[in-house]
Design a protein around this ligand. Structure first.
Ligand code: BGC
Length: 755
């Protein structure tokens, strides 16, 4: 399928203007910095006849509302949390001699929009032939600062190429116009009052400011905008604050305008002076070009850490860079904000954080930007108290149970069978802590946050399971939902048992390490979390006796009952009935032998040493035949295992289906925001899938293959203070140590000394 975007190494370009694609492109062209997220909305508002989804988001800033259940029962999640679509400050409307700029109505030539992934900007340009006979060359640029988390900036330049006109410019801050969600799609927020309460507004000279408050969650949100370049006047109009200016342009004249935009948010009691602070920060904001220089610096560093290239497939390279660019833009950087399933690009999944962060996104940052990875893990530490509370509420005497979906730590999943029951999230977080520590050896983090997370999640699994006489005294975990949401509340989901086993072992190991290396921290933890070496001994026993369902006919059941479910051949399901979750009742789905997404296959990539190559091959073929991939989290994982079992062709096909999923809107819901986990999964698909990277306990191993479609590829990974570049082509792999001390790595089972 040809893409609507030309294949370019560092840019995504829309040539011309497609009203039909406007909403998808608003997601594609979104900009963010981990705090502020701005959808790629047109400055002048949607073109006549085109549908738009306006969006300006602040990571972690949400409103809440009680969930109304028809039949409420004990322990159900109490509140929705929904990311706020805050006041909009992107707008710049132009009027030439009374004719308002509108791409659907005006005579426009050579319209082009460019997202630049090295510059961190969105630029737009076109020629406007006005009814009054002027020809204007209009250019917009926008950035969300990667060096100043509360700032964004916009620039406008209008050049009169011929004729003359009086140009009026209007810039405003206005409450967001909120698009309706889809009430029949659980992935979309709908039916909630998402408006914010207006607060103070100001319009003075070149400055506008506005305050809003959430109704229930106690947030104050402030936005200020300063205009520089031409004189104008400000006023309050309706519920907006408006700045306007007018200038007569003759042939050869040019007009330039810059907007500094500042957003801040805090709980009211935390900062009653927020409005004044936002104004002050906006007035002190560096000019557009100064912020631009910062964008380049930050992005140069990021791309240097990633070091990605693909020889012989420009479309793929563009797709992979686009994916990495967006996860980088969306990840919270202050230890209190995380990364939502759609990042800061749309309102899908209400701005909630899921296991997506630890299972998909963290591996990328752990190996390319460990500081950022640490911040995301610190978020989990920050919400640990809520996870403890939730565990008590669910009847667990000890430990912490992380929310399946949340913004500030409270469980927001109203449908517990595919929500709270996904206990594996505790194990995913524990796994990410272990992986982070293995790669960075960051004892400070382990002592400050990591060990406590490991202990509390291990306690939870120990409390959840029991040694079953029926299963020969093995430790079982019953009534859980694994990653695959089409098989709910099952016994002994293999993936869950794998992550739990790792968690139960690693918690004790982490505490033993602290006792040896950080005795003071160890002593502190003994007191603060009441740890005892005896409990670590019981966790170890549970780990050693963890139960896994018996293989039947060479097939490893995903859970105890999976092979007893009714077959539902995928080719018997009409194409228009996908995804199943919005076309069939859950009960229909759950009684069938059908999977939404990778589950056992994920276990096989993450805990590969448990299975032989033969077993992997057999199970790959079987699960491939029963998986719908209705979740975007699925295909990248299938690609990794396909490569491992030597089926490079299938690995390549799955990889290609996930690499440009959002750029080419393959799931037809890019308009609601980009699929962050899949985007990160494609990096893993390259590095673990084709590169065959596995690591653990100080060993960094590769087993690279190169699909015949490419001439070669390369990437960089960080490991224990080193940066290793891996370059693969038809002649095989080459490894280069770019930074750090000499190290022995493993290539296809052979040691390689790098110095
Ligand atoms: C998937 C989950 C995922 C969620 C958010 C669902 O469709 O089944 O695994 O966490 O989307 O991305």
């Amino acid at each position: 399928m040809a893409s609507k975007f030309p294949y370019q190494a560092w840019q995504i370009t829309e040539e011309g203007f497609s009203a039909r694609d406007l909403r998808e492109n608003e997601s594609v062209f979104a900009l963010g910095n981990g705090f502020i997220g701005l959808r790629g909305n047109l400055e002048e508002g949607a073109a006549a006849g085109a549908e738009t989804i306006q969006g300006s988001f602040l990571n972690g800033v949400f409103d809440s509302e009680p969930i109304v259940y028809g039949e409420k029962a004990y322990g159900y999640a109490k509140n929705h949390e929904t990311i706020c679509n805050v006041m909009d400050a992107k707008s710049l409307t132009l009027t030439a001699d009374g004719e308002a700029l509108d791409l659907g109505v005006c005579e426009i030539a050579a319209h082009r929009r460019v997202l630049d992934m090295r510059e961190g900007t969105l630029r737009r340009g076109f020629e406007w032939h006005t009814k009054s006979g002027a020809v204007l060359r209009v250019s917009f640029a926008r950035l969300v600062s990667l060096t100043h988390d509360t700032l964004a900036a916009a620039a406008l330049r209008v050049e009169c190429l011929g004729g003359a006109c009086t140009l009026r410019i209007e810039s405003c801050i206005a409450p967001a116009v909120i698009a309706e969600g889809d009430p029949n799609d659980p992935r979309n927020a709908a039916g909630k009052d998402r408006s914010l309460t207006p607060g103070t507004r100001m319009a003075e000279g070149d400055v506008l400011a506005m305050e809003q408050r959430t109704k229930n969650s106690g947030y104050t949100i402030c936005c200020a905008v300063e205009h520089r370049g031409i004189p104008g006047s400000a006023s309050l109009r309706g519920d907006a604050a408006v700045w306007e200016a007018e200038k007569r342009l003759g042939a050869g004249d040019t007009l330039t305008l810059e907007k500094s935009i500042c957003y801040m948010a805090a709980r009211f009691e935390e900062n009653p002076a927020l409005f004044a602070e936002t104004l002050a920060a906006c007035r002190a904001a560096p000019a557009f070009d100064a912020l631009l220089a910062g964008q380049k610096r930050v992005l140069d560093r990021f791309w240097d850490g990633v070091g990605l290239s693909i020889e012989g497939d420009d479309a793929l390279l563009q797709g992979l860079r686009f994916n990495l660019f967006h996860i980088f833009q969306s990840a919270g950087r202050d230890g209190r904000r995380n990364i939502a399933a759609k990042g800061l690009t749309g309102e899908g999944y209400e701005g909630h954080t899921f296991w997506d962060t630890e299972a998909y996104i963290l591996p990328v940052f752990i190996h390319t930007d460990p500081e950022l990875a640490k911040k995301l893990l610190e978020y989990r530490y920050a919400i640990l108290p809520k996870a403890r509370e939730r565990a008590r509420e669910l009847g667990h005497a000890r430990g912490a149970l992380y929310a399946w979906r949340t913004i500030d730590g409270e469980e927001c999943s109203a449908y517990f069978p595919a929500g709270t029951a996904q206990y594996h999230i505790d194990g995913d977080i524990a796994h990410a802590v272990c992986e982070y520590f293995d790669v960075t050896q960051d004892l400070d983090f382990l002592a400050a946050c990591g060990a406590e997370i490991l202990v509390e999640t291990a306690r939870l699994f120990y409390d959840l399971g029991f040694f079953s006489a029926e299963k020969g005294g093995r430790f079982v975990l019953n009534c859980v939902t694994g990653p695959d949401e089409y098989n709910v509340m099952v016994n002994n989901n293999v993936y869950t048992n794998c992550v739990a086993e790792e968690n139960l072992r690693s918690a004790g190991e982490a505490m033993a390490l602290l006792r040896e290396k950080r005795p003071a921290d160890y002593a502190r933890l003994l007191g603060s979390i009441g740890f005892s070496p005896e409990e670590a001994q019981s966790w170890l026993e549970a780990a050693q006796r963890m139960y896994y369902p018996e293989t039947r006919g060479g097939i490893c059941p995903q859970d105890d009952g999976f092979l007893d479910r009714k077959p539902w051949p995928l080719d018997s399901i009409p194409k228009d009935k996908h995804p199943l979750l919005i076309h069939y009742h859950g009960l229909t789905i759950y009684r069938h032998m059908v999977c939404k997404q990778a589950d056992l296959i994920l276990a096989m990539t993450q805990y590969g040493e448990r299975w032989t190559l033969e077993e992997k091959k057999r199970n790959f073929a079987f699960y491939d035949s029963v998986t719908t991939h209705d979740s975007s989290l699925s295909m990248a994982v299938f690609s990794i295992l396909a490569n491992e079992i030597g089926d490079i062709r299938t690995g390549y096909d799955y990889f290609m289906s996930s690499a440009r999923l959002d750029l080419d809107d393959m799931h037809h819901n890019t308009k609601d925001g980009l699929h962050m986990a899949n985007m990160a999964g494609t990096w893993t698909g390259l590095v673990r899938g084709f590169g065959g990277m596995r690591c653990g306990r100080g060993q960094l191993r590769f087993a690279p293959v190169c699909p015949p479609q490419w001439k070669g590829y390369s990437f960089r990974v960080g490991y224990r203070g080193r940066t290793v570049q891996v370059t693969v082509d038809a002649d095989g792999p080459q490894y280069t140590l770019l930074r750090g001390d000499p190290i022995t790595i493993w290539s296809c089972g052979e040691p390689v000394e790098l110095s």
